[in-house]
Design a protein around this ligand. Structure first.
Ligand SMILES: *Cc1c(COP(=O)(O)O)cnc(C)c1O
Length: 393
């Protein structure tokens, strides 16, 4: 295959053609500042209103509950720091999980340095938060529960509706980082009792640098960026009109085609899992077998380094990702893989393939053909594997 095969949709996605076509005029002829009064400015204002409606519809929210931000990280920071500030007179205790994205974990560390106390819930071997653990962690001074909707590395979907119910019963705000879930699984913020939800454009076919935070009406959340009156005075800064328009369009398409795309993704995902685990020995699926994102495959191959697998895959034109050391710039393997109980050496040999609507069966077959010899070649060079063979003769 001479074209690039992109199996890293959890890292970012290309801007969809329809999205690009929709946003291009907002760089050129519709360049007005939405806060101005003349007609080209009204065009921008109208486009923002429409996008706000599109995002709200995708979540079962009201347009007035959608606030545009510069991405998932900003939305996460806003939710956590905003609640910490507005609720500190009630208490200073926050509950989250050990498998959150760093946008949550590092914000929690920052809040700890400011005197807040954070409980990091453990997860089971599939990466799921246990409801008993959540219940046991709740205290009178708990002000916020923040648990991700679906994990970006292992694809596990958390019991969000149950968590929302418990948060509501206890009068505690509930935030979810749904960056990996929006556009891929059904979400209804009202039914699920979600008070705040973070999402990001570039994970679902919109440009990078645009995101949103859903804030349920009535939630006391301080504004995050101070300045002009944009986003009802809660997030200042001249609106990123092309980004906002693109986010609205992308989310609408993703939700509309979900019923059609999801079964296709699940079929490709499960074929990859079945074929690769049967063709390659000493291989384990990471994450939940059923409650997982339709496009997520995460496998550990014993005795080898994920990083070297990525290099060989790249030579075959395949883009993938791993939970091993060098990618993250640290020596420790992924905190997510360690927290589901993988020993360091297995966590180092992990591979994440994340599929999107553009991937095809043909590409899936191609990687099923290419990967087993790559793993074998790396194992043939691996001292760990040599030792294993010697001991098991
Ligand atoms: C990508 C990602 C983020 C960060 O979003 P950005 O828009 O890149 O800032 C946050 N949380 C999760 C789960 C993600 O996958």
């Amino acid at each position: 295959m001479d074209k690039l095969i992109y199996f890293d949709n959890a890292a970012t996605t290309p801007v969809r053609k329809e999205v690009l076509d929709t946003i291009l005029p907002y760089f050129s002829e519709h360049y007005g500042n939405a806060s101005s009064v003349y007609s080209i400015a009204r065009e921008s204002k109208k486009a923002i209103d429409k996008a706000r409606e599109q995002v709200a519809n995708a979540l079962g929210a009201e347009p007035a509950e959608i606030f545009f931000t510069a991405g998932g990280s900003e939305s996460d920071n806003w939710a956590l720091k905003g609640i910490a500030e507005s609720m500190s007179s009630k208490g200073k205790h926050i509950i989250t999980s050990v498998i959150e994205h760093h946008a949550i974990l590092h914000t929690c560390e920052y809040l700890e340095s400011k005197g807040f106390e954070v409980t990091y819930l453990p997860v089971d071997e599939y990466g799921k938060v246990r409801i008993e653990d959540l219940k046991a962690a709740i205290r009178p001074d708990t002000i916020l529960i923040s648990i991700m909707f679906a994990n970006n590395e292992i694809g596990t979907i958390e019991p969000i509706a149950e968590i929302g119910k418990i948060a509501k019963e206890n009068g505690i705000y509930f935030h979810t980082d749904a960056v990996q879930a929006v556009g891929h699984v059904k979400i209804d913020v009202k039914e699920m009792n979600i008070d705040m939800l973070s999402l990001s454009g570039h994970k679902l076919g919109a440009p990078k640098g645009i995101g949103a935070l859903y804030i349920r009406k009535g939630v006391k959340l301080k504004s995050f960026i101070h300045g002009g009156a944009q986003e009802r005075g809660r997030r200042a800064g001249t609106e990123n009109v092309p980004g906002i328009v693109g986010l609205g369009k992308a989310i609408e398409i993703a939700v509309n085609e979900m019923d059609e795309v999801t079964p296709k993704l699940i079929k490709m995902r499960d074929k990859l899992i079945t074929e690769l685990t049967s063709k390659i020995s000493h291989t384990k699926l990471n994450g939940h077998p059923v409650d997982r994102l339709p496009g997520n495959v995460n496998l550990s191959f014993e005795f080898i380094e994920g990083e070297s697998m990525l290099l060989f895959l790249d030579m075959n034109g395949i883009c993938a990702s791993s939970g091993s050391a060098c990618t993250s710039g640290s020596l420790d393997p992924s905190h997510v893989l360690l927290s589901i109980g993988l020993p360091h050496e297995k966590a180092h040999g992990s591979l994440r393939l994340t599929l999107g609507h553009m991937n095809t069966e043909e590409e899936v077959d191609y990687i099923i053909e290419k990967l087993p010899p790559i793993v074998q070649r790396l194992r043939d060079m691996s001292p760990l594997y040599e030792e294993y063979i010697k001991n098991n003769k």
